[in-house]
Design a protein around this ligand. Sequence first.
Ligand code: AMP
Ligand code: FE
Ligand code: FE
Ligand code: ZN
Length: 292
Amino acid sequence: MIDLHCHSTASDGTDTPTELVNNAVLAGLTTMAITDHDTTGGWTEAGEVVRNLDVNFQLIPGAEFSCVYERSDQDRIPLHLLGYLFDPADEGLRAERARLRESRLGRGEAIVGKLVAAGYPISWPQVQRIAAGGSVGRPHIGQALVEAGVVPSVNDAFADLLSSDSPYYVAKADTEVRRAIALIRAAGGVPVIAHVWARRRGRVITEAELGELIDAGLAGIEVDHLDHDAEDRRRLRQLADDNGLLHTGSSDYHGRHKEVRLGAETTDPLQLQRIIEQSMGTEPLYSNRSRQ
Ligand code: AMP
Ligand code: FE
Ligand code: FE
Ligand code: ZN
């Protein structure tokens, strides 16, 4: 069972990289990609744990990049782009990850500042403690709101105070998605667009705009994701097939910050093979057992 989109405490998941790998094994996964937001911070720890497993297991190092599609009229649609097996030392992409994480800090502090000004009893040091050095995101602010008794769950925080329509919302300095595709390719990685038609999160790009991303070098489309309905999945799979792109299915697991479980959606082994064949930045990591 192959799950190619999972978060750890290196960003806004609640499992440490060690717990994430162990939970993946318990869930019956044989391949997992670690794809924290704008960081490779979990790669080393996850890799150590995988190496010492006594079951067959393959780790695909990756990341989920915070992007935006800029329409000519200055209209901006937020997007997430998965990058797999890129060279973590590639300077162009490394600098962009650092810039994105820095932007998350200032933006997180700004959202907290607005909430505090409106009387919500949370603080920026509290949110930084919750994020514990990982890429700061709205789920950490949501957890602070839960701790303060403002909302019962992170999900409830997203429904209102943390939504992108909320008066407390502040945007991040996301990367233009066509530039991110080029940066991932230049680092030897494989760019796959994440949950592209997750309509309940807000506005999404059109099919024609997705075609532009394909022209820009997109390698694949995350088709099977809980935020896609059956009709969108059918159309996205067709678009992938018609354009020679690979397609994936993934849980987008975030531990306790989201309800989805590991392996809730999975990727076909042939599609994973296509990712590995296109990659030139770094290799998958295997457990000792897998090598025997
Ligand atoms: P940010 O990256 O700070 O803009 O926050 C967006 C992140 O919050 C995404 O990575 C999602 O995984 C997560 N998210 C979005 N909606 C929800 C929700 N309803 N409950 C928990 N997490 C969510
Ligand atoms: Fe997230
Ligand atoms: Fe995402
Ligand atoms: Zn994700």
